[in-house]
Design a protein around this ligand. Sequence first.
Ligand code: AP5
Length: 212
Amino acid sequence: MFVVLLGPPGAGKGTQAQRIAAATSLLHISTGDMFRENVKNETALGQLAKTYMDRGDLVPDEVTIEMLLERIGRADAAAGAMFDGFPRNVVQARALDQALAARGARIDHALLISVSDQELIARLGGRWICRSCGALYHERNDPPTKADSCDRCGGPLYQRDDDRPEVVRTRLEKQKPPADLIAHYRAAGVLNEIDGEQPLGVVTAALLEAIR
Ligand code: AP5
């Protein structure tokens, strides 16, 4: 099964992808995490991506598509995957459709998580992430037991550079799923829209229901 998670920055794509992966063992592929890993390792791709991420812009399609296609070509993605943060536009969606079609597969579900701007700003400002295992927390909505360490692995928590208020403003202006991308999946008959302002567990249950 191949699933795409769509939604604006802070909608809960990463949080829900981690929960769905735990419940279904579906492989979680996050292009944002892949870029951050490259930034951390100071690769050429990371250095390029950082110039866009720091401004709140999308990384150019050709670079992003090449990275994603390489990732889904690996053996662990043969049976299926859940894409978090990809595609961001119709060019990326078509590239993914083509790559899946070449192996006799398709996107089975596109899950659109909708959240208001006011709530997105509050979520991104309060997000904390484990540097060791990537677990996601929110200081108000989903706090860790100890303020500065991960419940799951004990690793240190940090806030993302692109969660600074001025970058969040740009991300919200430029990175909401465009109408033609949503139309692309609606036309394919695979789109489901979920109210992402509900409590975490309610959203998870709705997403699992949609893919089962
Ligand atoms: P990426 O990492 O994908 O960032 P994003 O799309 O901006 O999404 P976020 O990770 O910020 O939010 P999320 O929806 O995952 O929310 P989360 O679960 O963390 O991309 C980063 C950058 O990489 C981009 O800016 C771009 O430059 C580049 N990039 C990535 N993919 C690309 C692509 N395909 N093409 C080009 N460039 C690309 O939740 C947020 C917070 O809210 C957390 O604290 C969480 O605990 C809390 N929360 C979640 N759900 C709930 C809930 N229901 N109730 C209460 N709190 C909640």
